[in-house]
Every structure is written in C-alpha cells, then in structure tokens.
Design a protein. Structure first.
Length: 318
C-alpha cells in the first residue's frame, strides 16, 4: 500500500519521539532507536521533519538514492557521531541497570548493540561480529572501567564504519503485528533492568524513610522516658513503661517460687508455719552433708534447696 506524506507528518507530530512515523514507513531500526532515545534526544525528531518527503518516496519505491549502486555507502560523519553517542548512552544504561553483571561483559555488549542499532538505520547496516569484537577488545584494554565506555564506543563505531554496507534489496517485509512484537521485546529488554533498579531504589528509600521516622519518634519520646526513669529511681513510679509487661508477671513468679518451696519441703500449698519448721528440721537431718558422705554432691544440692525453700516460706512470716 502506498505511503502518504500527510499521514507520515501526522504521525511525526503525534508520536514522533516514539518513532511512529518510522514504523509507518517500515523503518523499524530507526523506530527502535527513537523509542529508546526519545527521538534522538529530541534533536533527531526535529531533524526528521526535513527528511520525511524523501523517506516516503523511498518507501513507495520512487525515491531510491542514486548512489545505491555502490558496493560501500559513503562515509557519514553524522552517522559516526550518532554511533559514538548512542554507544556511550547504552553503556551507561547497562552500568546503571545491570550492576550485578561484570563490567567486562555488560558494558561492551551494550555499547556494541547501540552502535549496531545506529548502523542499521535506513538502508545501511554493518557487520555485528566486527562491532562486538572491537567493543570487547577496547573494554578489555581498559579493564571495564566506567570511563572506558567512551573509547569502547569509539572503537565499535570505527569498526562499524569500516564494515558498513547496504541492506539487500527485495527482502520480504514481515507483517505489522510481527514487527510490533519484535519492537516491544527490544524495548522491554532495554527498560526491564532500569525498571528493576528503580523499584529496588524506591524500596531502599522507603526503608530509609521508615528508619528515620522511627529514630525521630524515639528522639521525641526520649524526655518522657527519662522523666519516667527518674520517677522510678526516686520511688514515685512502680516501673518504667518498658518493663510494665515484666512487672505484671512478678506476683505469678513469686507464687511459683512458693509452690516450688512447698514441694521441696514435701508440704501442700498453704501449710502453717509450724508445719514448715517441722518439715525443714526433719529434712535437714536427713540431707545434712555430714550424714551423707557417700552421696555428698546430691546431699549438698538438696541441703541448699531446703535452705532456700525455708527462707522463701518462713522468712516473710518471721
């Protein structure tokens, strides 16, 4: 179907930074580049305004460039500058979105893909293996440092210019649904690492804000806690707020000690003082260490338990 210039300009106005006019004209590489850079960082979208008539004519088969008969396209300083810039951009995105991937792997791969994408814009392309080989070699020479993205992109761009060529003519074009599917996958692969990094960063910021909020709350409650502690020391309060829960169990722990003391003396709970004295005197004679030299350790342990039980029951009454 013939492409209309008016439709191309309408798509340029409505979705130019997203490359809608390039999708309409079948320039998928150019459209993907515009999607990932928002119209060539804005400037490329404005530049497209002057080239739309020629691209529409080329899409309709009436404006094929005269130099297409050459085996190698002419050197383009503008394309070279775009390759270097986009290569640096892709390398920085990889460093931000993939910090867990070794720099010697992520950086040259991202730079090489960025340079290859610019090389494939329009009717030209380049040999991807040569571009990636130059990117990996330059990155290896600079040990994957953050500043290595510039020489890596420059080396990959030079390799792309040395191996530039025209795309073959007459290739069947996929359907629109298939083209949009591949463009969506490419955008997802580019944006997913950045999205994950953004989510993790947001979670970290929320955790930091929560910690700061708790610290501010503790700081505001510090005078109240200090006043309560001072009142406790001076005897005006029964305990600090932090120990109210423990203080509520103090009677039950004392009751448990008394119950244990009755069991040690062999008496039922609530026995009289006379029963406590009598049982204590009898058991002390039985378990006195001097009378149990053959089992001294057990006798000493039982003797100490009897003393503690007697003090627990008879001490307060005395």
């Amino acid at each position: 179907m013939a492409k209309r210039l008016l439709v191309a300009y309408g798509l340029w106005v409505l979705g130019g930074p997203l490359g809608l006019h390039h999708i309409y004209l079948g320039r998928d590489s150019h459209a993907l580049l515009w999607m990932l850079t928002l119209g060539g960082f804005g400037g490329g979208w404005l530049w497209d305004f002057w080239h739309l008539p020629g691209w529409v004519a080329a899409a309709n088969g009436t404006g094929v460039p005269g130099d297409r008969g050459r085996t190698v396209p002419a050197l383009s300083p503008l394309r070279l500058a775009g390759q270097v810039m986009v290569g640096i951009y892709f390398g920085l995105v990889a460093a931000l979105g993939l910090p867990w991937v070794p720099a010697l792997l992520a950086q040259p791969l991202a730079v090489g893909l960025g340079v290859q994408l610019v090389s494939s814009v329009g009717d030209q392309t380049a040999e991807a293996p040569s571009i990636l080989a130059a990117a990996f070699l330059a990155s290896l020479l600079f040990q994957g440092r953050a500043l290595a993205v510039l020489p890596t992109s420059l080396a990959a761009s030079i390799a792309a210019q040395r191996h530039r060529r025209y795309k073959p003519c007459g290739m069947p074009r996929p359907r629109l649904a298939g083209r949009l599917y591949h463009l969506g996958l490419a955008c997802l692969a580019f944006a997913a690492p950045l999205a994950c990094r953004g989510v993790f960063g947001a979670v970290g910021v929320l955790g930091t804000l929560s910690a700061l909020l708790r610290a501010a709350t503790e700081l505001l409650l510090l005078p109240l806690r200090a006043s309560w502690l001072l009142a406790e020391v001076l005897g005006f309060a029964g305990g600090s707020p932090a120990r109210e829960h423990g203080a509520s169990f103090e009677p039950s722990s004392r009751s448990e000690r008394q119950q244990r003391a009755y069991e040690v003396l062999g008496l039922p709970a609530g026995s009289s003082t006379e029963d406590v004295h009598r049982s204590y005197r009898e058991l002390v004679k039985v378990w006195h260490p001097d009378h149990n030299r053959h089992r001294a350790e057990e006798a000493e342990r039982r003797f100490i338990e009897l003393q503690e039980a007697y003090e627990e029951l008879a001490g307060p009454r005395r």
